[in-house]
Design a protein around this ligand. Sequence first.
Ligand code: NOJ
Length: 557
Amino acid sequence: MTQELTSPSPAPQAPGTGRGPGWWRDAVIYQVYVRSFADSDGDGIGDLRGARERLPYLKDLGVDAVWLTPFYASPQADGGYDVADYRAVDPLFGTLQDADDLIRTAHDLGLRVIVDIVPNHTSDRHPWFQDPELSRQRYLFRPGKGESGELPPNDWESVFGGPAWTRTDRGDWYLHLFAPEQPDLNWDNPEVHTEFEAIMRFWLDLGVDGFRVDVAHGMIKAPGLPDIGHGAQAQLIGAQVLPFFDQDGVHAIHRAWRRLLDGYGDAHGRQVIGVAEAWAPTAERLALYVRPDELHQAFNFQFLNAPWQSDALRSVIDASLAATASVGAPTTWVLSNHDVVRHTTRLGGSLARARAATLLMLALPGSAYLYQGEELGLPEVTDLPDEVRQDPAFFRGGRATGAAGPGTDTESAPDGVAAAGGQDGFRDGCRVPLPWSGALPPYGFGPGGSWLPQPADWGGLTVAAQTGDPASTLELYRAALDLRRRLPGLGDGPMTWAPAPDGVLAFTRPGLLCTVNTLGHDVGLPAPGTPLLSSAPVTVDDATGRLPGDSCTWWAI
Ligand code: NOJ
């Protein structure tokens, strides 16, 4: 049931209007994984009121926008990425009024708000799927193979493990690229297009500034749903075009949505954006999603997957910048999210590397996405007992962290790095509720407990413990975001590589030179200027700068 607002509110005016240069081109966007951010009512699950109360913290951190993961009505078979009603807030997270209040408060603070939209699949509890006739038109049902249709229609595998098909009582099968509770929609049916455009307008009317498009490379399947011909398909996702992912036909949908977003923005004096969660085999194919008439941004998972080596980082940065420049889009950078092992753990269990990687990311031209808790240097939790696990992939035997997709699991990632150091390739370890204050769980997360247990040794990592400590990771993030705002052109301006010793990256940006030492030991070089900010103490002696191992420094030049 769609909830009604108790006091319907007009769409608030987001800061900034019209097309202009584009607020999103250099925005730092903070991902709030709602169920793990802040709990207001003591049920151990984060909610919209809790998130709203903490917005001043995000303002103070210095981000430009927040992205809220799905809070819609959902049986929670996949952390809310199984939506039963796209226009209602799940009671776990609050009410539509709470969403409205959150959006207003964010705008009052000068923060923009992006919400998820999940168009590849719905929940199996969605009214469309529940209706036997409608479901056959709006989802992908097929007869089975074999003498009595007892075999799946083709050999496709679910990202979460097992076949991508489930048989119904009627004897036919439906496609679900993720869990069986997430049937794939039939995007050949125009009613599906109409409905998603209406859903977008609903949230735009409530004031959101954009959408993170889940599985933006899905939706369109190759005609005839052809077999792939071999198993272990999770390993192919993001490495090649598949009959169910990154089909060219998907771009027509993004073009239609761009027209909708631009039209809505023009009519209301706002800039509203679409962000693609798309797994494409190359930076060039990913750039197709951000052509001028498609979405505004796409997550750059190639950067997230890059190993901590100067050559590899440089080539992924070059490839990303070249690909997006070819279509006039800004590049985005991301190191962590709710689907992958937190980068402190992934980069060799090294907080030093994580801090350096973050400073590198924030010095690059374009927009950056932060995942809640990375500003505290949180590690992945790697000792969760089986009985608290909730990742559907854990129960389906797929090792894929992969909900995320592809490339996030040690085995399936082309270079096997994204899940390195995680517990076992599943996604609960990066979703443990945030520690805000205090010495014991739930560390101020809320008045009750927390839906996943927090480690006993997180007392020193809380927001309260780190605030004001200049050596803390939280203060490093605050300082970097503050400088990023104050150095004109740092976000969207030019970047030029500078000479550097082996293992070190150096590049200039407007107002600074950035050095990154990816080696595990000190490296000396002629000091390029005065240190502005460093992830580890840097020294300058007789014009020689000594870069600590695994560090990044911003130099004033
Ligand atoms: C990507 C989301 O980030 C992930 O959490 C989810 O499991 C899949 N898409 C399926 O919706």
